[in-house]
Design a protein around this ligand. Sequence first.
Ligand SMILES: [Zn+2]
Length: 469
Amino acid sequence: MHHISKVIALTILTTSLLAAQTVPTPDASAADARVEEILKTISPDSLRSYDNTLAGFGIRQTMSDTTSNTRGIGAARRWIHSKFEAFAKNDPQLKVYEDRFVLENVPRISKPTTLVNEYAVLWGKEGMNGRYIVISGHYDSRCTDIMDYTSDAPGADDDGSGVSLVLEAARAFTSTHFKPEANIIFACFPGEEQGLYGSNHFAMEARQKNLDIIADLNNDIVGAIRGGNGEVISNMVRVFSQGYKEIKLGTREVNPEVIGYENDSPSRELARYIHSAGEQFLPTFHTTLIFRQDRFLRGGDHASFNKYGYPGVRFTEPNEDYHHQHQNVRVENDTLNGKAVRVQYGDLPQYVDSAYIASVCRMNSLTAALLSISPPAPQNDVMLVDKLEYGSRFRWDNPLHGNGIAGWKIYYRKSAQPFWQGYVFVKTSAQPTVDYDLTKMSKDDYIFGIAAVGTNGTESIPEAPLPGK
Ligand SMILES: [Zn+2]
């Protein structure tokens, strides 16, 4: 859905609207070629070597050893740091950062512990005050007992897979010398298992600085294709997204249920964006969108971003195997179908499929690349509800007065449909605000999302226009 030339699922109703306009056709081929180059660079071999290295540190529990260079979370973080530094040598647009803070007297931390967020920023043309896209994973691991910081906890899948993905994405963007407009942050957090501590600190500081983070793509347990139920799925990843809890419009509070926007939070629009980008660029690898923040009894670093008002989703493999998560490495006797079996517990590298991580890495990198070269989302977009009428009217700002913008797409779907069913293209104008009247589509029956379309063919994440006057 990222190309104007690929007009999909338009109803007769909107075809007539489209025909009435002279639609500029931005050439997306240059943008596509840049994205394809990144996708081609992502390598299962490289992911395999990263994941083996991370598991090889033995344990990465947040309170584990920081003095050894071969075992414990300190060795792991210094290795992650060295990888970012190596990528930065390739591309000076990548800068490497560390964010250190000490935790004590908090749940699941039994001694004063220094946590270090390891991250790198691929600075785009927009600079510090521009938009940010985060690709994240957590580099801490855990034993059966959350407080145990000495036993083996290789964490090959949870979350060696996610951290390997973050590193490989950073390698792909820098080795292809990708030049984004928005900034891309590659982030590896500690303290996730103890209580999302690393990501919480990061998102809290981002909010204090008012960074414009438009997406956190969080990867946690993205490495295994065989589930504990025996099912093998290698061509799909789950994408979890939180709905709206509340909508604040200045001092006014709008109830998402009253206006039918339960499924149109910024995180869910991001999830749909990922889905449609994947359909276009990765037709043999799929996303299953799950409209809840996370699995039952579980949490992840995207929730920290959500907590501070940022859109964020979680990528997780389709079938997990609980023998390999949060379990000390050991073999136990068990019975399966009446037969005695030996069961291997522990999060070991042999259960991680690097070709699968590569697919999830491509889905992440694709989304980040497209978003980073897309125009900013429409501002002050409203659905006008000042009188009873049969159609739908919209208004939004055009702060760039058309510069770099080919136009906008008003996506629509029936209220009970999960995915956008079509769109109407509105070409750019030199006016500071744009008004558009969809006379034949009732706002009572449809959900709408407005996306800005760049002259390079890329699109912002659609935004559900809030009712206004
Ligand atoms: Zn995890």
